[in-house]
Design a protein around this ligand. Sequence first.
Ligand code: NAD
Length: 523
Amino acid sequence: MPTTAQTFESHSPADGRVIATYPIMDADAVREAVDRGRIAASWWVSLGFDERKARLLRFKALVAKRSKELAELVHAENGKPMDDALLEIILSVEHINWAALNARSVLKRRGVRPGLLTINQAAHVRYQALGVVGVIGPWNYPVFTPIGSIAYALAAGNAIVFKPSEFTPAVGEWLIGAINEVIPEQPVAQLVTGLGATGAALCEAGVDKISFTGSTPTGKKVMAACAKTLTPVLLECGGKDAVLVDKDADLEKAADAATFGAFSNAGQTCVGVERVYVHQAVYDEFLALVAAKARNLTPGHGPDSSYGPMTMPSQIEVIREHVRDALERGGRAVVGGPESVGEGVVEPIVLTGVPEDSMAIMEETFGPTLVVNPVRDMDEAVDRANAADFGLAASVFSGSKATMERAAAQLHVGMVSMNSWVMYAGVSALPWGGVGQSGFGRIHGPDGLLEFARSKSTVRERFALPVPLVSFARHPRTTEIVRRLTSRRGRVVLQAGRTAVGKPPPLQPGVGLTHGRWTNAHP
Ligand code: NAD
């Protein structure tokens, strides 16, 4: 990615041709965007849920209508086949739709039960937009990934400033252009372009939250930068996802899912399958199935390629290193090997017998490689899957629902697919995010809307208590009355009375609340 002092170019990973040239925006330019965003945010939030919904649905319709044009851009900058690009866009359209349609129901003001001691209060929680959200994106899913933040942040009433990856800036520009087309009045969505330093500047530009998706090392830098100003962060980082295959699983289906999960998008998927733990009873059969499927793949630049070239050239060295380390430590290459790691396209590599402490097991490879190791049973499979520091997602294949549910409960990850790979991504109502080194915070679903709002609690007195609780005028006996009220018996009596008449009853003669008024209190 050649740069001059002020510009950089994005290139096609297929043939190296320049796709576009963009400015490297400095800290001043980024701050100006955030300042403009703040004005836009107050206009945007004032529109209310219905107006925002209408505009976001227009954005959705526009992306759907022009999906082929956008897919061509994704194909050009990222290198993935057109069909994969289209699938990514279709999923993104679903998310824009869900965020637009559900923002009101998730974020509307709601009442909460005030509890026994504060029975005279009307208690509510309301969710208010944060203001300006900085979104920093990667290149591997340059539409699906940022849309998970952008659509949800906008639906919650925020303006956004988006810094796309330097490898896919044209896709980022397209998305922001489309939003501006349907919302021309104010810059509720802005693009800032540049390299890592521009992202770093966004962290320090006074935004109200950073939603970062990228590698774990960069996520740590983002968090450190945001710590200076206590800017909240949402971190969607790397993964080392495992597939667990039980002895009674549908092996054909599991092998198909593992192969697609490992090799599609050249393995450059945060929730890509990098490890399989398969029951020893079916290990040989499963490995043979995976190997046959992997050998059939035809990576390359053509329209019918199974997957494209590596988007980021520097990743090739990481893949080479992981394969070398695995083989040196006793692993065996079943498909491909070190020679499969070319300069642009990496041919499929399937390894087995790889030691659990090797790089190919513990670190994110982010390439078209797959390790298949045998295990005694599903408990061992769960233990091995959990041994990595990453915890983004996992898949479990078994003939037993109980086995899968048990494994799902025990896996230290944010998302689990049972008898499929990645299907949680298509359920817009499900939150997306990881644990451990995979980050924290959630996009998608109700949790994804709540990430871009702050809760505000309110209480409003409905009637006055004759015995004040928080006042210097409090009678010395009041504390004893409250103690009795909150004792187990007091709670039972008071609760029973509330259920029976809908109002608090007297606790005992002379003590407690009657029809919302305190009686003369004598312990
Ligand atoms: P990256 O960390 O290299 O870059 C991500 C973004 O951060 C880019 O826009 C980059 O310019 C910016 N950046 C770089 N340095 C920065 C800094 N100091 N401060 C602020 N921003 C900075 O990641 P990548 O190579 O673009 O993406 C691949 C990684 O993303 C993989 O690890 C993958 O697993 C992860 N990923 C995670 C998810 C998820 O949902 N968890 C989704 C997609 C990708």
